[in-house]
Design a protein around this ligand. Structure first.
Ligand code: GA4
Ligand code: GA4
Length: 332
């Protein structure tokens, strides 16, 4: 089931400048309604008054800045367990030749072990880095679970944990990533390089992504009619993205949002931190039964998160991975 966007939002001019911004201090019923509409119409919303302490956010930003300011040799010394794709990386996005001018940290973020100790090895303040990551992930995970529970309420699902239980699972395959896009230092950066600063168009494979960035812009989202909208945020706000897995679970009622980053306009570097909320590797994902009816046939096959992830990593960044799991005949 795909509902069209509210008529007052259909006007292209309006949509080009406005994206939904949701105030988490509103009452649950209003919130549930706004979140469902935003997930349906955009697969995306901005979040204010979310309750995550700014100290926790700025401490995370500070330790990440500290890490990125080290020399390349030092940064590449970082070894995480398990290794690749986790740890420190730069330029390459995935394993299939996608390139973007950025550097990143990618960590596992399940509820028992937050794998950031490796970064302490080269930190001046041992344990500073892992404590900051730990505090940040705990807060953002709690927020994510809250949002997913409100979402279940908004969809009138009898089990309000139907989405959040995946994230609460001790073996959840959630991960945490910090991206740093270099600023333009007019003389040193060749023009050729500058236009590649960014992250190419894609949707996130997981359930939900919670992003926070500094004040340097660059993020753009794609609307249902193919319009790219720049997203401007305050450093105190979060951005929330519907991922492919939530699209499947809602049987296509929500669409994962395609987005990209074009961060080639600022002298200052852009730093974004993403928490990707994912199921455990062996968890089975399928459209939830209340979202399937005679008028709404099952659109996606069921799969384990591990199968989906494998498919995601075997393709190029911009490929529509979800198509591999669409039903071509019904019943699925
Ligand atoms: C909530 C925040 C802002 O008031 C708003 C709202 C918008 C609207 O009223 O036009 C939305 C709502 C808000 C989120 C989901 C969609 C869009 C009504 C609605 C059902 C102006 C906004 O940007 O998003
Ligand atoms: C996009 C979202 C996350 O950054 C990420 C990315 C992952 C990676 O960089 O290792 C992927 C990309 C992301 C989607 C398609 C595959 C996997 C690179 C790539 C080509 C960590 C994720 O989970 O999927």
């Amino acid at each position: 089931m795909v509902l069209s966007s509210p008529s007052h939002l259909r006007n292209k001019k309006t949509r080009a400048i406005r994206v939904p911004i949701i105030d988490l201090s509103l009452d649950t019923a209003t919130l549930a309604c706004h979140i469902v509409s935003a997930c349906q119409d955009y697969g995306f919303f901005k979040l204010m008054n979310h309750g995550v302490s700014f100290d926790v956010i700025s401490k995370m930003e500070e330790v990440a800045n500290g890490f990125f300011s080290k020399s390349a040799t030092e940064k590449f010394k970082v070894k995480t367990n398990p290794p690749s794709p986790f740890g420190y990386g730069c330029r390459n996005i995935g394993f299939n030749g996608d390139v973007g001018e950025l550097e990143y940290i990618l960590l596992q973020a399940n509820s028992i072990s937050i794998d950031s100790e490796a970064f302490n090895v080269i930190s001046d303040q041992p344990t500073d880095f892992s404590c900051a990551v730990d505090d940040y992930i705990k807060s953002v995970r709690k927020l994510t679970c809250g949002l997913l529970e409100i979402l279940a309420v908004g969809l009138s699902l009898p089990d309000t944990n139907v989405f959040s239980r995946f994230i609460q699972h001790f073996d959840s395959d959630s991960c945490f990533r910090v991206n740093r896009y270099p600023g333009i230092e007019t003389e040193t950066n060749e023009h050729k390089l500058a236009h590649r600063i960014g992250f190419g168009e894609h949707s996130d494979p997981q359930i939900f992504t919670i992003l926070r960035s500094n004040e340097v812009p660059g993020l753009q989202i794609c609307t249902a009619d193919g319009l790219w909208i720049p997203v401007v945020t305050e450093p105190t706000e979060f951005c929330v993205f519907v991922g492919d897995t939530l699209e499947v679970m809602t049987n296509g009622m929500f669409k994962s949002v395609r987005h990209r980053v074009m961060a080639n306009m600022s002298k200052k570097s852009r730093m974004s931190m993403m928490y990707f909320a994912a199921p455990a590797l062996n968890e089975r994902v399928s459209p939830i039964k209340q979202m399937i009816s005679t008028g709404n046939l099952q659109l996606y096959k069921s799969f384990t998160w591990s199968e989906y992830k494998k498919a995601a990593y075997s393709l190029r960044l911009g490929d529509q991975r979800i198509d591999l799991f669409k039903c071509h005949s019904n019943p699925c």
